[in-house]
Unconditional design. Structure first.
Length: 517
């Protein structure tokens, strides 16, 4: 009897264990969790990721005009460690569900306080439980997104955007965090007892004020205090030089950066030796390179360069789509894209720009032009002014792209004045031949210099001035080549200011595809 009882008890113990070992299979819509620090606020995003699998998503799988849980399985959630502002709406710290109502021309975004609904049928998502509700416009995504994706984009110290992308549709909404008041409050607290504030506290405050266009005098005072507490600190010296430069005190900036370079050299800090040397190169006005008169004449040099870039005379017949990528300090690591159609024989131009969450299409067909913003040709006066959505701007874009990507062939255009004299000189430490170009008054007022390889005659860069004696304007360096319709087009363009060599932007020609091929 005792053995029977033991067996029964053993079976009673083992059976639930066996029964609880359920079969586990991969989730069709796996959960993704993202943690992101924005300013001084931590934001967490959790959502499930369904895939399209050949289905039409918006309008069918996800019906228009109906509430969607924005993912699969359960509501997507977003958590804020501190209060934030979403699309202009103040939202306290906490966790919220993200619901949406997609439509073809407009989406409703709902940040909701109730987060535990497995099903949202039956009107459970009530407006009175919203943290906020607002509308955004979707934009067409040129890249097909197979699996539903949510991510943080456009990150900066005061906010970011949350982007939703699936199939060929993208929407995004902005989140702003409170940084300025916290920094000011913390510094005010530290300054009540200055002895307790570290040199790093003063450095960080000075750095924040500089990078966020705050009071530069206060920024300079703070970095001076940091240097008093940490003498010969090359990192702090470099920041002080940048503050002087931002104030317009270039001479003092150069002097301070030179001193910071000496401190870094004494400390054998290769990193800051390099950083201070590079910064000095950026802010010093470069000496004009030596030049000697070359035997070749301007018209002959231009013809030889055109023979190199367009040996078969294809430019007048150019019909191609150029796929471009742009990056600049303002883009904060995010790259903008453009798709440009240049059809010279048919007098047709179209540029589709995807920049900072907006899609802008500018089109010129003969004398007729049109503009679209995020898929719509109807927009407010505010948007028209902000994005310069005018016919004149569309034609300017046409002329801009035709000029830059048609060089040096465009220098044959009527109204171009080619100087006869050519000089052997250097451009960005590269030996070259330089040619000066101006334009008849009705065509243009700027003064241009074009630089060519001394033996192949390839175009290697160019520079323009509005007023040459003021050293204003910009210069552009060229790298690599892309063959498009038999024409060698420079692949990468880096833009800089003439006055201080400050980097402005990079344009990259990803590829060019001839139309009709």
């Amino acid at each position: 009897m005792r053995y029977s009882l033991i067996i029964i008890l053993a079976i009673c113990f083992i059976y639930p264990q066996l029964y609880s070992q359920e079969l586990k299979v991969p989730t069709l819509s796996p959960i993704s969790t993202i943690q992101q620090e924005i300013g001084l606020t931590e934001i967490n995003l959790s959502y499930s990721r369904p895939s399209a699998k050949g289905r039409t998503v918006f309008g069918q799988l996800v019906p228009y005009g109906e509430l969607w849980r924005t993912g699969a399985n359960k509501a997507s959630t977003i958590t804020f460690s501190e209060a934030v502002t979403i699309a202009g709406n103040e939202v306290p710290a906490g966790t919220y569900a993200i619901y949406t109502i997609p439509n073809e021309k407009e989406w409703t975004i709902i940040i909701h306080k109730k987060i535990n609904f497995r099903s949202i049928a039956g009107g459970k998502v009530k407006p009175e439980n919203d943290a906020c509700r607002f509308t955004v416009k979707p934009i067409e995504n040129p890249i097909n997104v197979e699996t539903f994706t949510m991510q943080f984009t456009d990150l900066h110290t005061k906010g970011c955007s949350v982007q939703l992308a699936w199939e060929n549709t993208m929407v995004s909404f902005p989140i702003a965090v409170n940084v300025d008041e916290k920094i000011a409050s913390k510094m005010a607290e530290l300054l009540k007892a200055p002895a307790t504030a570290t040199h790093r506290d003063y450095f960080r405050a000075a750095e924040y004020y500089l990078h966020n266009n705050k009071d530069l005098t206060q920024s300079l005072n703070w970095i001076n205090t940091a240097l008093l507490k940490s003498e010969n600190n090359f990192r702090y010296g470099l920041l002080k030089a940048k503050i002087y430069a931002a104030q317009g005190n270039k001479d003092q900036a150069i002097q301070t950066a030179t001193l910071a370079n000496q401190w870094a050299t004494t400390a054998k800090s290769d990193n800051y030796i390099g950083q201070t040397s590079l910064y000095l190169k950026e802010i010093k006005t470069p000496e004009k390179p030596a030049k000697t008169l070359a035997t070749i004449k301007g018209a002959d040099l231009l013809n030889k360069s055109i023979q190199y870039h367009d040996p078969n005379g294809q430019w007048p017949h150019f019909k191609a789509t150029l796929y471009l990528e742009q990056a600049s300090p303002k883009s904060k690591g995010k790259k903008d894209t453009s798709e440009v159609i240049l059809n010279l024989p048919d007098s047709y131009f179209k540029a589709t720009d995807n920049r900072r969450g907006n899609s802008i299409v500018r089109e010129v067909n003969g004398t007729i032009c049109s503009t679209q913003l995020n898929g719509s040709s109807t927009f407010s006066e505010e948007d028209k002014k902000k994005h310069r959505l005018t016919c004149e701007r569309a034609k300017m874009y046409r002329d801009y792209f035709a000029y830059l990507y048609g060089l040096p062939m465009k220098l044959k255009d009527q109204g171009t004045i080619i100087d006869s004299e050519v000089y052997a000189t250097s451009f960005q430490d590269q030996d070259c031949l330089a040619m000066r170009v101006t334009y008849e008054e009705a065509v243009g007022e700027d003064i241009w210099y074009f630089y060519f390889h001394p033996s192949s005659y390839a175009l290697i860069g160019y520079r323009f001035y509005h007023e040459e004696e003021k050293n204003d304007g910009e210069y552009i360096t060229l790298e690599g080549e892309e063959m498009v319709q038999g024409i060698k087009i420079p692949k990468t363009r880096h833009w800089y200011y003439n006055k201080d060599n400050k980097f402005l932007a990079t344009d990259l020609l990803l590829r060019g595809v001839a139309i009709g091929k």
